[in-house]
Design a protein around this ligand. Structure first.
Ligand code: PLP
Length: 404
């Protein structure tokens, strides 16, 4: 994708016009045209969706239409979609002892989460620290299913949180198999599908998830909107996340972000309609990218390569490379990539995902994430290869300098 900085002054700080190749789609995707249009139209409305007059009803209609579109993306019923201010907030709403089922009104007693979850899950929501335990992953970053039943037996009413796809490696987790084990242990399963939505199928019923998190800005909607989706009306939240005016079925008070939600709905509809084509496009380019990466530097290691992954994500490293230097060096060549999780970029911390996969500290330090999207082009790949060639040449010169 070519971004002309002059078209994105807020983002670029008004830099002079430059072409860029954007490979940080897992951090955020550009707004889809449909979402921009829905945003613009909704911003023109005045009504509060809680008001009974015509203006209020017009705003309410936009929200309910978006609810239908977001529900369809997750294979759920509109009544089971709760809009939030982000994926982070949806995770915070999900992770509470106060989730009940029609047959089990007592609170969840333990929270189990995979060791590779996003920081918004790792924070544990409203569970006390001592009630939270980690579930290990294998060297490819997949949840260890063997032994899961024994671990869950430590609790009477466990809640398990497992992401559908990892934001750093793109590795797809065995959610449906985990769901069967969790349910056999009287547990409930929360699935963070923020990175998976729009890239692979996310049907809450097929996954066996009880609750599922989505975020608008990863699928071409605006930042600052998310949703928590219930798998059935058997799931009840006994405690709201935010108390107040009773919006979103009393679980998340506050006047709704009408424009953001309308644009989320438009993005969800587009993502759903185009998923197969976009996934095929991304996969073809991602495979070319990985082949080129290895052709230039055969020693490069691609994490999770043996596992099933999202079609758009590559996390790689090279011994002796430092991720922060690599990201800057790509950036100077007009290529936007990231080191580890975007939410922690700015402050470079070693990836907890790679640490959980048992990656050596020297490789872990150099992990760079390249993530593609529906507008990524062959020209973007060429630009990436040019920058990678330059970086690896500089690295090997540096090594020779040290050896001399
Ligand atoms: N979950 C995962 C897997 C993510 O990658 C992210 C964001 O990067 C989030 C949750 C948080 O979503 P949001 O940025 O909408 O708060």
């Amino acid at each position: 994708m070519r971004i002309r900085a002059c078209d994105h002054k807020a983002f670029s700080g008004g830099l002079s016009m430059v072409d860029r190749a954007y490979f940080d789609w897992n951090a955020t995707a550009p707004l889809r045209d449909e979402a921009r249009e829905a945003l613009r139209d909704a911003l023109a409305l005045t009504g509060n969706p809680s008001s009974v007059h015509a203006e209020g009803r017009a705003a309410r209609r936009l929200i309910e239409h978006a609810r239908e579109e977001v529900a369809q993306l997750a294979g759920a019923r509109p009544a089971d979609v709760i809009f939030t201010s982000s994926g982070t907030e949806a995770n915070a709403l999900a992770l509470t002892p106060a989730i009940e089922t029609t047959h089990e009104r007592r609170p969840r007693d333990r929270l189990f989460m995979s060791a590779i979850e996003h920081s918004s899950v790792r924070a544990g929501g409203r569970f006390p620290r001592e009630a939270i335990a980690d579930l290990p992953v294998d060297a490819d970053g997949r949840l260890n299913l063997a032994g899961l039943a024994e671990v869950l037996a430590q609790a009477s009413r466990p809640l398990v949180s497992l992401m559908l796809a990892n934001n750093e490696t793109g590795v797809i987790e065995p959610v449906a198999q985990a769901a069967a084990i969790v349910h056999a242990a009287n547990g409930l399963l929360h699935v963070d599908a923020v990175q998976a939505a729009g890239r692979i199928a996310c049907d809450i019923g097929a996954l066996g998830a009880d609750i599922l998190t989505l975020s608008a800005h990863k699928i071409g909607g605006p930042k600052g909107v998310g949703a928590l989706v219930r798998g059935s009306d058997d799931i009840h939240f006994a405690e709201p996340l935010i108390r107040g005016g009773g919006q979103e079925r009393g679980l998340r008070a506050g006047t709704e972000n009408v424009a953001g939600i309308a644009a989320f709905g438009a993005a969800a509809a587009a993502a759903r309609a185009r998923r197969a084509d976009e996934a095929a496009h991304m996969l073809a380019l991602r495979n070319r990218l990985e082949a080129g990466l290895k052709a230039i530097s055969p020693q490069a290691v691609i994490f999770g390569a043996a596992a099933e992954r999202l079609p758009n994500t590559t996390l790689f490293s090279l011994d002796g490379m430092k991720a922060e230097t690599a990201v800057i060096s790509f950036d100077l060549e007009g290529v936007a990539v990231s080191s580890g999780a975007a939410c922690s970029s700015g402050k470079v911390q070693p990836s907890h995902v790679l640490a959980a996969m048992g990656v050596s500290p020297s490789l872990l330090r150099g992990a760079v994430r390249v993530s593609l999207g529906w507008t990524t082009t062959e020209a973007d790949l060429e630009r990436f290869f040019g920058a990678w060639r330059k970086l690896t040449t500089a690295l090997s010169k540096g090594r020779q300098g040290i050896a001399a």
